[in-house]
Design a protein around this ligand. Structure first.
Ligand SMILES: [Zn+2]
Length: 126
């Protein structure tokens, strides 16, 4: 994780707040959203690494922290990451390691191996 970069963003935000009425203020400014999005991405990437190492505790912990940040600052997960999270047990699913994906009747069927939960998603037809 790149802590120095996060610190520089925080300093930027503090400088921005000092200027007073310029731009939006409050807990959900554009720079804070930017930091939150970056942290979510870093945490999910780290969770993927943990899933590949089969460290289940930290895999779930990083996903939970990322979800908490998303809830606090009202930020959605990117679509390509959203498909990799089990809705039931919050595990990060790496296809072939702790989950299986099959195509059945034009639907994508994902099977979480740690909680045996199955979720089905329609595949877009172009
Ligand atoms: Zn699961």
């Amino acid at each position: 994780m790149d802590i120095e970069r996060w610190k520089s963003y925080l300093d930027f935000n503090r400088w921005n707040m000092k200027k007073g009425n310029r731009g939006r203020r409050g807990y959900r400014t554009s720079s804070i959203i930017h930091i939150a999005k970056e942290r979510i991405e870093v945490l999910l990437n780290e969770s993927e690494v943990m899933a590949k190492k089969k460290d289940l505790h930290y895999m779930r912990r990083y996903v939970d922290i990322a979800m908490a940040i998303g809830k606090k600052y009202n930020i959605r997960f990117p679509i390509e990451k959203k498909d990799h999270i089990c809705k039931k047990c919050h595990a990060y699913l790496v296809y072939g390691v702790n989950s299986t994906v099959r195509v059945r009747n034009k639907k994508k069927v994902t099977h979480c191996m740690s909680c045996k939960h199955i979720f089905v998603k329609l595949i877009k037809q172009n």
